[in-house]
Design a protein around this ligand. Structure first.
Ligand code: GTP
Ligand code: MG
Length: 201
């Protein structure tokens, strides 16, 4: 199902994993790759394809959540602001959100927009991971250099780095690692939601 804002989201009865990042970074493609459904989340080479908060229930146990991209320059400023608000409101206030996956295009050096977003998540104490996407587009050596550069720019500010994944929706690389992480998190923390719903406890 899709929601236009936090108030329109389904009841928070399952653990949620939200995919965020700049427009066109590959959020919807990664969701399709992880679920093995080519056309589940709508993708496009035109940035700004995803416009709502989209929930995909997996194994009737947890949600993958696809969000619009942030910082897309070619839409009206008012709309960009409205999307930004919607994304941040959801991420900040959704109680059943277990982890945020911030996707970063592995072809580029650290971008201010991404670093600012990381800072914001840190300030809000939101649990997040990083996923370097489109790794099929560069060599292993180059990928290692990009991640190292990113680590360095985070090391200046953070004592502990978040979990880091790499992915390619073209080759399927990263699928096992990301799904294992989600599965482990569900087993470790899933009880928190069950307890919250139990009126006796
Ligand atoms: P918005 O919804 O507009 O914010 O974009 P998005 O982040 O959901 O990106 P989307 O999945 O729609 O992908 C954008 C473009 O990048 C599409 O043309 C995809 O085919 C391409 N793409 C996505 N992931 C990969 C990848 O791993 N490798 C390559 N080579 N291309 C990719
Ligand atoms: Mg999308």
């Amino acid at each position: 199902m899709s929601a236009p804002d936090l108030a329109g989201c389904p009841p928070g009865q399952y653990p949620e994993y939200a995919f965020v990042g700049r427009s066109n970074v590959g959020k919807s493609s990664l969701i399709n790759m992880l679920t093995g459904h080519k056309d589940l989340a709508r993708t496009s080479s035109d940035p700004g394809k995803t416009r709502l908060i989209n929930f995909f229930l997996v194994d009737k146990e947890w949600y993958l959540v696809d969000l619009p991209g942030f910082g897309y320059a070619r839409i009206a400023k008012t709309k960009r602001k409205a999307w930004d608000f919607m994304i941040r409101e959801y991420l900040e206030s959704r109680k059943s959100l277990f982890y945020i996956f911030l996707l970063i295009d592995s072809r580029h050096d650290p971008q201010t927009l991404d670093l600012n977003f990381i800072q914001w998540m840190g300030d809000k104490a939101l649990p997040f991971c990083l996923v370097f996407t489109k790794t099929d587009k560069l060599t292993k050596v180059r990928l290692r250099m990009v991640i190292e550069k990113f680590r360095e720019s985070l090391n200046n500010k953070w004592e502990e780095l978040p979990p880091i994944f790499t992915s390619s929706s073209k080759t399927g690389s990263g699928k096992t690692e990301i799904l294992d992480f989600i599965s482990r998190t569900n087993s470790e923390y899933g009880y928190l939601l069950t307890e919250a719903q139990d009126p006796v406890t």
